[in-house]
Design a protein around this ligand. Structure first.
Ligand code: FES
Length: 99
C-alpha cells in the first residue's frame, strides 16, 4: 500500500498533486465523499492537472480545457485520450494506492 496523502490534506473538489511510487505526479480529488486518483500531467501538452478545475465530477485541464470523467478517466469535452486512473483505499485518514 503506497500512501499518497492524508484525508486532511484534501479540500472537496480541489485537485491535489501527490507523488507516486515511481516519483510520478498523481492527482487526488475528493468529490462527493468519493476519492479519485488520476495521472498528474495532461496527456495533451503535459500541463499539471492539479492546476485544473473539478466540475460536476469531471476534471478540466487549465490550459486548453480538455475534460475527463474522474471516475474512470474517460475523455469528454475536447479530449481524445483517456486519463490513467488509480484504484485507491482510504483508511485511518490516509489515502493510498491499492497494490
Ligand atoms: S495541456 Fe491540457 S488540454 Fe492542453
Amino acid at each position: 500500500m503506497f500512501e499518497l496523502c492524508k484525508v486532511t490534506d484534501l479540500e472537496d473538489d480541489i485537485p491535489l498533486e501527490c507523488v507516486g511510487p515511481d516519483d510520478e505526479p498523481i492527482v487526488v480529488v475528493r468529490h462527493n465523499d468519493n476519492y479519485y486518483a488520476v495521472q498528474g500531467l495532461c496527456p495533451h501538452q503535459e500541463a499539471p492537472l492539479a492546476d485544473g478545475e473539478v466540475v460536476n465530477g469531471t476534471l478540466v485541464c487549465c490550459l486548453h480545457f480538455w475534460t475527463w470523467r474522474l471516475a474512470d478517466g474517460e475523455p469528454l469535452e475536447e479530449a481524445d485520450m483517456p486519463l490513467k486512473t488509480y484504484p485507491l483505499q482510504v483508511a485511518d485518514g490516509v489515502v493510498s494506492l491499492v497494490d
